[in-house]
Design a protein around this ligand. Structure first.
Ligand SMILES: NCc1ccc(-c2ccco2)nc1
Length: 329
């Protein structure tokens, strides 16, 4: 079995939403497929109406295949400070032609203001490792983990694009979606993430710098968060760039020319993030000052290769072999 879902960018590619069917009759929810977390949670009929603002809600009483997981609860907080909590149903979940009949669907009873304000996002579908699922007393498996045994190949791929629809594919590698070869790196899943180490980087035509960057491939984070030394070296190449505390990051004139950022995948493969992707978005409606797509990974303990980096690549997530594949496209 294989499955494919389109990944549609929201404004400024802040996140990508994929239509997923839940329950019987199938209810289509637009979810944020997030390789940086492992909970599948959805806006639900159990929320106070004040916390719903246009989202489609899952009502388990209306799904003939829903079964309450008695006594199970969940609560999660994300790196951006957003959070949600609720209870759990076992129901059918499908992405394209791929159906998992007994998937834990975490129904939200409360969501933070950031989620209420994100009117097009009906929830998240976690694609990291089961060990960081938050359901208590018994943690639940991710959609990908449940699907592995029926997939043609036990992998999924992320093909995110700059201001254009891409795809998440399950069970196969679409050889028409990338160029050259796929270079595979070992994954350290001990913290529950798709964690890998890049041995170095280059800035535009600058020299290659050997410096280990341990980071996670995280489709649920918008930006590329890197070690301070690398970030300083990058913005040194951008005339007028400066760290603006009130904005919480590096800003520059929207008219600035931004160099490409190249990171190494193993010793002889490279992924080039075009400078255009690093001119992330205007900081205000005047469009004079822009916010950088590369920022510091301060306080996290590792780097985060978020959408700004991932949309420059075709990425293979291989759980059984604990490896990440990277290809240009
Ligand atoms: N890195 C996981 C994640 C994904 C989305 C969100 C979010 C907040 C408001 C809308 O969306 N927060 C965290």
């Amino acid at each position: 079995v294989t499955g494919s879902g389109v990944a549609s960018p929201q404004q400024y590619d802040v996140e990508y939403l994929t239509p997923i069917s839940v329950g019987t009759p199938p209810l289509v929810l637009n979810l944020n497929l997030d390789t940086g977390s492992s909970d599948l949670w959805v806006f639900s009929s159990e929320l106070p109406p004040s916390e719903i603002n246009g989202q489609t809600v899952y009502d388990p009483t209306k799904s003939t295949s829903a079964k309450k997981l008695e006594g199970a609860t969940w609560e999660i907080e994300y790196g951006d400070g957003s959070s949600s909590e609720g209870d759990v149903y076992i129901d059918s979940v499908a992405i394209g032609d791929l159906t998992v009949t007994a998937q834990a669907v975490q129904a939200a009873k409360n969501v933070s203001a950031e989620f209420t304000a994100d009117t097009h996002d009906d929830g998240l579908l976690g694609l990291a490792f089961n060990t960081i699922n938050t359901v208590q007393p018994t943690r639940q498996k991710t959609f990908y983990d449940n699907a592995q045994s029926i997939l043609d190949a036990p992998v999924f791929t992320a093909d995110l694009k700059d201001d254009a629809p891409g795809h998440y594919n399950f069970g196969y590698i679409d050889s028409s979606a990338y160029t050259g070869n796929i270079s595979y790196l070992p994954v350290d899943s001990s913290q529950g993430f798709w964690m890998f180490t890049s041995p170095g980087y280059a800035i535009s035509k600058g020299g290659y710098k050997i410096t280990e960057m341990k980071g996670i491939a995280d489709t649920g984070t918008t930006l590329l968060l890197l070690p301070t030394s690398v970030v300083l070296a990058y913005y040194k190449q951008v005339d007028g760039a400066r760290y603006e505390g009130t904005q919480g990051g590096y800003i520059f004139a929207c008219s600035a020319t931004l160099p490409d950022f190249v990171f190494a995948v193993g010793n002889n493969a490279r992924i080039t993030v075009p400078g255009k992707y690093i001119n992330y978005a205007p900081t205000d409606s005047s469009g004079t000052t822009c916010f950088g797509g590369i920022q510091k990974d301060i306080g996290i303990g590792f780097s985060i290769f978020g959408d700004v980096a991932l949309k420059a690549a075709f990425v293979v997530f291989d759980g059984p072999n604990q490896q990440l594949g990277w290809a240009a496209k």
